[in-house]
Design a protein around this ligand. Structure first.
Ligand code: URA
Length: 233
């Protein structure tokens, strides 16, 4: 591959800008300054710009995972419990979970190596809505929906923004929509209503919907359309 094309594929610069870097004598291959435009580079050669290695960008990877209960949403667990990444240890790229689900919660979890996208999706100012199916010990009613819609201040001082709660046919179940993501948020909001959560499953995250064909613990890559929708979210 031509050196300028390789540099562009590493995300160092556009092809035109890479040619300029070469012309300025800032590019070395195996320690030798290379400034002629026809130069080729082979896999395994040590290419550097201003002395810094230019490495091919890892391919971006986006995984929809149906998290089962009994896995922690962290890279490692000091207590040695199973993590959501255990199935992906041999993956060619290093994945990270985007956001978290409690140990005993299940449902949609996005895993990716696209740091900037993950960062954007999690930033409070462009937080994407998330929807959960919940079952509580007790019966939900309009007063709970109204309390969620008004926003809640919990006993420990936690302020929760207005959220959606739609009671389903079985009154111990509801769909909850959050516009933010605070630690144990739904459990804490419903505990404050005297109706502790006994089951919680995330169904959506922004434009992503948990694929019903995925059983607990199964995963699939996102489609190109899903990735594009996430980028716009
Ligand atoms: N709210 C919770 O309480 N737990 C979760 O896992 C997600 C949202």
């Amino acid at each position: 591959m031509r050196l300028q094309k390789y540099l562009a594929s590493c995300g160092v610069a556009s092809r035109r800008a890479a040619e300029k870097l070469m012309a300025e004598g800032r590019v070395t291959v195996d320690g030798q300054v290379i400034s002629h435009m026809g130069a080729q580079v082979e896999p395994g050669q040590d290419v550097r710009v201003d002395g810094r290695p230019a490495l091919p960008e890892a391919e971006k990877c986006y995984i929809m995972y149906h998290k089962p209960a009994g896995e922690v949403t962290t890279v490692t667990d000091p207590e040695g419990r199973a993590t959501v990444l255990d199935k992906f240890r041999d993956f060619p790229v290093r994945l990270y979970p985007v956001g978290r689900l409690d140990y005993d919660s299940e449902g949609l979890l996005l895993l990716t190596n696209d740091g900037p996208l993950a960062h954007r999706l999690l930033a409070p100012r462009n937080h994407v809505d998330k929807t959960y199916f919940v079952r509580v010990d007790g019966e939900l009613d309009g007063a709970d929906a109204a309390a969620f819609a008004a926003g809640m201040m919990l006993e420990d001082g936690l302020v929760c923004l207005p959220a959606g709660l739609e009671v389903l046919e079985q009154p111990d179940t509801a769909l909850v929509t959050l516009h933010e993501g605070k630690y144990h948020q739904i459990k804490r909001m419903l505990a404050a209503r005297g109706k502790p959560v006994v089951y919680l499953k995330r169904l959506t995250m922004g434009p992503l919907m948990l694929d019903p064909v995925l059983e607990r613990g199964e995963w699939r890559p996102l489609s190109a359309e899903e990735v594009a929708a996430l980028r716009q979210a």
